[in-house]
Design a protein around this ligand. Structure first.
Ligand code: SF4
Length: 276
């Protein structure tokens, strides 16, 4: 069976850097604390926990003098303020492309625009983007865009991992609702590249496997995208979830993975498929 792994499957540079930073600090200081999971991948969080990088729910749980690491997808302003007030050792692992989205939002707001973020409600990145200016609107679907009231002047950005198709569909509706609209395309380039590679691969293989946690909206989006092109698309979190019958009529398999999937999981899945 021919196996093709998408060239840039898995970790984006933002997540890779954040995970490496967490490992490095844990190694140097014995421990480091993160508010919530650093990535939406259970295996990575488990590995980090074993190396001393612990997940906490609030800054109150961080021991005195310990270091707190802010995750790749951004952190709300009140948490930043609280950490600074407490004079905590902060390591900012926010991806530079997420910092850029925060800047874009502030600039659009300074132009007198109502800010609309196209993204998943409650997702850490979206929450932090929305927090940059007051009264931000979050829209996740075409239905929500249709229900949106008219706005005179709006600035729109998107969550970095949105699919281009979803953003385009929502913008199309918003164009009928907003008189003066400015859109900054903030889907990040690793996401665009990953989506394009999946679209190309799904066309030429018999079966597609997307590796990623079911808690990762990004991985689920990649699976849906692949399924639109190749109905023999399956999402797994690890090699143990692969099922023999998915490959019974396949001569070729394409593999890709979400931005929070480490290389070793991709390798494990690829090896298991080779051995079938
Ligand atoms: S998905 Fe994009 S914006 Fe988010 S951490 Fe990765 S590179 Fe940065």
């Amino acid at each position: 069976m021919k196996i093709i792994i998408a060239k840039n499957a898995g970790y984006c540079f933002g997540v890779r850097d954040a995970v490496n930073m967490a490992h490095d600090v844990a190694k140097k200081e014995g421990e480091v604390y993160m508010l919530g999971d650093i990535v939406h991948n259970e295996r990575v969080v488990e590995d980090l926990d074993n190396s001393g990088a612990k997940v906490v729910d609030s800054l109150d749980e961080v021991p005195k003098d310990a270091t707190v690491l802010f995750r790749a997808h951004g952190t709300k302003n009140d948490i930043w303020d609280e950490a600074r007030e407490k004079k905590m050792n902060i390591i900012d692992a926010t991806c530079p492309l997420v910092h850029k989205i925060h800047e874009d939002v502030k600039n659009l707001y300074a132009e007198g625009r109502k800010i609309i973020v196209i993204g998943d409600h409650g997702h850490d990145e979206v929450v932090a983007i929305a927090d940059q200016v007051p009264k931000t609107i979050v829209i996740s679907s075409v239905e929500e865009a249709i229900a949106q009231k008219r706005i005179r002047k709006a600035g729109i950005v998107s969550q970095s991992t949105q699919s281009i198709e979803n953003v385009q569909d929502i913008i199309k509706i918003l164009m009928t609702k907003v008189f003066d609209l400015r859109f900054v395309n903030t889907i990040c380039f690793p996401t665009k590249r990953n989506q394009n590679q999946i679209k190309d691969l799904a066309k030429i293989v018999d079966t597609m496997i997307i590796i990623g946690s079911f808690t990762s909206a990004n991985s689920k989006r990649l699976t849906s995208l692949s399924k639109l092109i190749n109905k023999n698309t399956y999402q797994v979190t690890c090699a143990d979830e692969l099922q023999d019958d998915w490959f019974s009529k396949s001569e070729s398999v394409g593999i890709s993975a979400g931005a929070s999937t480490p290389d070793y999981l991709i390798e494990e899945v690829s090896n298991r498929i080779s051995s079938l």
